[in-house]
Design a protein around this ligand. Sequence first.
Ligand code: ZN
Ligand code: ZN
Ligand code: ZN
Length: 276
Amino acid sequence: MKIKYYGTSAAEGIPALFCDCDTCRYSREKGGRNIRTRSQALIDDFLLIDLCPDTLYHVQRMGLELHKIQHLLITHAHSDHLIASDLLEKQDGHAHSDNMMPITIYGSMPTIDKIFSTIHSNTHINSGRWILQEILPFIPISIQDYTVVPYKANHAFELNSYIYDISSKDKRMLYAHDTGFFLEEVWLFLEREKPFFNFVSLDCTVALSKVCNHHMNIEACKEVRQKLISLGCADSSTTFVLHHFSHNCGASYDDLYPIAKECGFEISYDGMEIEF
Ligand SMILES: [Zn+2]
Ligand SMILES: [Zn+2]
Ligand SMILES: [Zn+2]
């Protein structure tokens, strides 16, 4: 399997719009991997995760071929993960193709509700271009030859936020954004089902700062990794990537890289591609 990270920041981006904190100032000056757009990732060139506010930038500047995407998983309806109005750009007259295929969008009911009300507030729209599919926690669904299991995230409970277990025939990955330390019911599921992950992408929004309720720092990510290994869900062959950084995390990419490397973690950056 392969993952490409188009964007890797939390809601504000790095540098953030109006911010002149140390991390934003350093990142603005140094550029390169220190610049982070909002989080979005593509699995095996076909399964897109989240429709962030920087999707247009990812299309225009980073080669994301959104017109080819037929499957879109949404983690939750926070505005750094879902700009529902961007879906309206697929409507007749805004998007053209000789072979226009619908896009199926998967998410929890609050996610689906938000998209439904956005699309249907424009009553003239031909709705055949979007298929909305509610998915339920811990119930697997098939998308082409892949299986996706949504787990409840420790994040924005009113939005029924999900993290995603995605597997192909021989590989399995966990995309854990946004979430704090995993919920007890997730650990129980993992203990019972014993999935083995070749790749794990962990929420590290607050990296070097104090851990907060619904996001993790590096120390919490270490605990998650340790617990996954002790349950047999990962081992030394598993690639762990820290991802979804806030400028409030106390570190730029340049600061984080050596710290994470010492702990055996990879650090995501915009444009990073990993095969596992
Ligand atoms: Zn987020
Ligand atoms: Zn800042
Ligand atoms: Zn969120």
